[in-house]
Each structure stands twice: as structure tokens, then as C-alpha cells.
Design a protein around this ligand. Structure first.
Ligand SMILES: [Fe+2]
Length: 240
């Protein structure tokens, strides 16, 4: 594992037939081929998880992962896939005996997201209680959430309280519009971005272009730090 100094992408929807990401094994292999072309060496599969709506079980994710790994091996595509999920922040996350989303590589970090247009009023308490359970939240693409675009102070406060932030490559590259691009750049400028990831759903070479994204990020945080956002920082959190 990890011999090529390639990128480690902690956010992807590469597992087939599980959410709104890849819809077939062939599509997953195509995403994987493009990822390898873009120097991605490890990808964490993070299917969506929302209490009461879509709650893929650990068994389902691990069995899908096993099939994908076998298909990658058969197709000779050198991409390592690890298990995870992307969970909508909701009060059920901290209720005991609730089915819980998979953490990244089943370690201590959980990729969590806000709904795009509405933020749970109890989010601070939920994120705090998760940390008490020894689970560190990583907020996925805060720059895409409308209430945060309107009031970025929400995310500055969360970063100050120990939440880690993951920004999407597409946002930094300006593929999702000016407002999202501009917020992603200000988060970089403030030094509060911990990870850049693809959040890939379809075979799309633009969102997988982490080299280009690192170049843009380097303007704000310097070359070494920009590279750490796509390799050293992800490596630290997927370690068992
Ligand atoms: Fe995602």
C-alpha cells in the first residue's frame, strides 16, 4: 500500500448500486481508471447515510467493497479502496442503539454533512456529543451549504471547536459556481481546510484532477501544505 506517493481521496461515491453515485460495476471501474490516471492511490468509499431514509449497513458496504476490490484486481487497476460513509448530521446520530454510519476506514473519524439548504438546529450539540464518543467529525464540503454561504461564521466557529473541514476539488476549481469557489478559497486562506477530496459520483475527470486543485490551493496555503491536504492529512486519519 502507498508506494507511489499518490493522492489519498477521503470522499467518493465509487461503490456501485448503493447511493446516487456509481450505478454499475463498469461505471465504478471507469471512475477508478480515471482516479489512477489522476495519481490517486487510495480512495475511501463514502456512500450517503441518513437516519430514517437511507442507512446502508456495515455488512452491505463491506460486501460491496469486496466485490469492487475483486473487480479492480481482475481489471488490473491499482487503486486501493477503503470503507466509510458520509452521514447527514442528525440527532439520531447520538442516540444509543441507533444504527450508526461507518467511520472512515472504521477508525475514529466520521465524514459528516449538512443538508444543502437547511442546518439542524442542534448541530453543535450533535457534533460535540460525537466527539465525546471518541468520534472526530470531518465536515464534508461546507462551502456548498447555502446557510453557510450566507453566514460563513457558522463554519469558522465549528473549525475553532475542533471539527475538521473537507473541501471539494470541484469547488476550488470553480466548477460549482462563483459563490462556492469564493468560499472555498476563503476557507483555504484562513488556514482551516484539513482535506481536499473529489466527492466523485460519476466518471468525471475534472473533479478527480487533484493535481490542478493542489496548484490552486498552493496560492493560499503554500505548496507543502496544499499537498498535505491530499496525502499526509488523509493518511493520518485512515491509519488504524
Ligand atoms: Fe459526497
Amino acid at each position: 500500500m502507498l508506494t507511489n506517493k499518490g493522492f489519498v481521496d477521503i470522499h467518493s461515491h465509487i461503490l456501485p448500486h448503493i447511493d446516487d453515485g456509481s450505478q454499475s460495476m463498469e461505471e465504478s471501474l471507469e471512475i477508478a481508471r480515471l482516479a489512477v490516471k489522476n495519481n490517486i492511490e487510495v480512495m475511501v468509499a463514502t456512500p450517503h447515510f441518513k437516519h430514517g431514509f437511507y442507512t446502508p449497513s456495515k455488512e452491505k458496504i463491506l460486501s460491496s467493497l469486496k466485490k469492487l476490490r475483486a473487480a479492480l484486481k481482475a481489471a488490473d487497476i491499482p487503486l486501493e479502496i477503503l470503507p466509510g460513509s458520509e452521514a447527514i448530521i442528525s440527532p439520531e446520530m447520538i442516540r444509543p442503539n441507533n444504527k450508526q454510519p461507518l467511520t472512515l476506514n472504521q477508525g475514529h473519524y466520521m465524514l459528516v454533512e449538512f443538508m444543502l439548504d437547511e442546518i439542524s438546529p442542534f448541530f453543535e450539540e450533535i457534533l460535540f456529543k460525537l466527539q465525546l464518543k471518541n468520534i472526530k467529525p470531518i465536515i464534508a464540503h461546507p462551502e456548498r451549504i447555502y446557510p453557510i454561504i450566507e453566514n460563513p461564521q457558522i463554519i469558522y466557529n465549528l473549525a475553532q471547536k475542533g471539527c475538521l473541514l473537507q473541501v471539494n476539488a470541484a469547488s476550488i476549481l470553480g466548477l460549482l459556481g462563483k459563490e462556492i469557489e469564493s468560499l472555498s478559497h476563503s476557507l483555504l486562506k484562513r488556514g482551516i481546510v484539513d482535506f481536499i477530496a473529489s466527492d466523485v459520483h460519476r466518471p468525471n475527470k475534472e473533479v478527480l484532477n487533484l493535481s490542478k486543485t493542489v496548484k490552486v490551493a498552493a496560492k493560499y496555503v503554500g505548496g507543502d501544505r496544499a499537498r498535505a491536504l491530499v496525502r499526509e492529512n488523509p493518511l493520518k486519519i485512515i491509519k488504524k
